[in-house]
Design a protein around this ligand. Structure first.
Ligand SMILES: Cc1cc2nc3c(=O)[nH]c(=O)nc-3n(C[C@H](O)[C@H](O)[C@H](O)COP(=O)(O)OP(=O)(O)OC[C@H]3O[C@@H](n4cnc5c(N)ncnc54)[C@H](O)[C@@H]3O)c2cc1C
Length: 471
């Protein structure tokens, strides 16, 4: 008897220590946008601590490897690093991937964020816009250099921006010749991608907000409500986890919370409910051909579409007036307040503003489909596109030949594409509908451990198993 219990205890402690409780749900912690050939210093959770303790001025880009704007920013930052290399160690150009390293202490609101840290100086950083040219960053850095190190000769014979000399892998992706193959692949959705989006949103994106007051709290509640009501195949433990998280600020009487408080609460509830214990470690249909491609943003679109498709089929009314569909509101609120790719959020919100807000469930499905295709159109052929997954006007004509038809316009004398509303909505319902979403066969090891514990010990001692599982 003692042996069984100690085996169970051992297995349980192994689960706890071997990454069973995942702090950052994105895999491949080594993924980085800069490499050894760059003059950009790639910082980690540990090495960033040297900032403010040494005599260097640090120019730091806070990024997330999956963020398209951050990927597009790489060439600029490389030129800045090359240009300022001659002034090292007085100034250092660095970057940190906040998707895999801890950046909470720096209260980053979105990515990319550019900060210049003065040496041993409080308040020791200032923030620069993320849309400057390399030349502007270098000019700004030189003025800071002049302030702290007036002895440095700025009239050096070197050019302000030196040409990029080191051989590096090209950042541009070529549109692949296998587009046809990609377009003929059937459209599929996996539950793990949906769950990974929820996990990443709750454990990493939302806690990035230093403070959440009324607008953010309201967006948070609407997002959680929508997850609870509309996530397909929602497991009981995930539902209980989400409900507890939703109720927590209200039970505590909080009208505002900090990102840190939220993160800690999520961690506590995660440890108790184990909502992601059956979620795969890696993305499934959102896995990119390289770690910087796809992943979280792909899974977020997948989650959003799944929410719109699995929402209740009603028009919400307030005193007889139709109100904006709550799922659409939840999506807008999340993107506006918590999606850390700043440019993505800006594009999405401005595109949404040009459209009529949706009311019915069908309108909401079509609304998001249209916004997504607008993003696909804008990003097709971009450097951020995964060559194995080219951006197309979705779905391909191979997968849904009736979704778009052609019509001759007598007024303009041109052939036009006509999107068939009902056929598109039906197609979306088929692809993102609960019954068509693929599930993994991962068994909940903790549950099965509990079952085997229950099966092996006498009825009178069954409480022991519960205590072991949820001490
Ligand atoms: C709200 C939002 C805004 C974004 N804005 C930007 C931006 O401004 N700049 C930027 O660089 N990146 C942006 N991104 C990221 C970008 O849209 C992609 O998510 C990312 O490039 C990964 O692309 P992907 O190949 O995985 O396909 P994704 O576009 O992520 O699509 C994921 C999957 O959804 C399906 N799908 C594609 N189109 C549709 C559709 N119309 N309707 C239903 N299902 C569809 C396909 O199966 C596809 O594989 C944004 C992401 C989100 C969630």
């Amino acid at each position: 008897m003692k042996k069984i219990l100690s085996l169970v205890t051992l297995l349980y402690s192994v689960f706890l220590t071997q990454g069973y409780i995942i702090d950052d749900p994105l895999p491949a912690p080594t993924v980085a946008l800069y490499n050894d050939n760059d003059n950009v210093i790639e910082l980690t959770t540990e090495s960033i601590k040297q900032i403010g303790t040494d005599k260097s001025i640090w120019m730091v880009e806070f990024y997330k490897h999956w963020c398209g704007h951050c990927q597009r920013f790489v060439p600029t930052w490389r030129i800045v690093a090359d240009s300022l290399k001659m002034y090292e160690p007085h100034i250092k150009v660095a970057a940190i991937n906040c998707a895999t390293q801890a950046c909470e202490d720096y209260m980053i609101q979105g990515t990319p964020t550019i900060r210049i840290f003065n040496p041993r100086n409080i308040p020791y950083w200032s923030e620069l816009p993320s849309d400057w040219s390399a030349q502007l960053y270098v000019t700004n850095a030189k003025s800071v250099l002049r302030r702290f190190y007036p002895e440095i000769n700025m009239n050096s014979p070197y050019p302000v921006v030196v040409p990029v000399t080191t051989a590096r892998p090209p950042v541009t992706t070529k549109r692949p010749s296998n587009t046809v193959t990609y377009e003929s692949k059937p459209d599929k959705v996996h539950q793990d991608d949906i769950e990974k989006a929820i996990q990443y949103a709750l454990t990493t994106e939302i806690p990035m907000k230093p403070h959440m007051h009324y607008p953010e709290m309201s967006a948070l509640y609407k997002f959680l409500d929508s997850l609870i009501k509309n996530t397909p195949n929602l497991k009981e433990k995930m539902k209980n986890f989400l409900i507890s998280l939703r109720e927590w600020p209200q039970i505590m009487g909080f009208t505002s919370i900090t990102g840190k408080q939220f993160k800690e609460r999520v961690k506590e509830l995660e440890e108790f409910y184990k909502p992601f214990s059956q979620t795969a470690e890696d993305f499934v249909y959102c896995k990119g051909s390289d770690p910087q491609f796809r992943g979280y943003p792909c899974s977020l679109w997948t989650l959003f579409h799944a929410l719109t498709v699995n929402a209740e089929s009603v028009v919400f009314q307030n005193h007889g007036m139709a109100v904006v569909n709550p799922v659409a509101e939840a999506i807008i609120g999340y993107v506006d307040n918590f999606f850390s790719c700043k440019d993505c959020a800006r594009h999405f919100i401005s595109a949404a503003l040009t459209m009529i807000y949706p009311y019915s469930d069908k309108d909401t499905i079509f609304w998001l489909y249209t916004l997504h295709n607008e993003a696909n159109r804008r990003l097709a052929g971009d450097t951020t596109e995964d060559p194995q997954f080219p951006k197309i006007q979705w779905p391909s004509s191979k997968n849904c030949p009736q979704c778009v038809t052609e019509r001759y316009n007598y007024m303009t004398g041109r052939v036009e594409r006509v999107i068939q509303f009902q056929i598109v909505v039906d197609y979306m319902k088929r692809i993102y509908g609960e019954e068509n979403i693929e599930m993994n066969n991962l068994i909940d090891e903790q549950e099965s451990l509990k079952e085997s514990c229950l099966a092996t010990i006498p009825i009178t001692q069954r409480e022991q198993c519960n205590k072991l599982m949820f001490p």
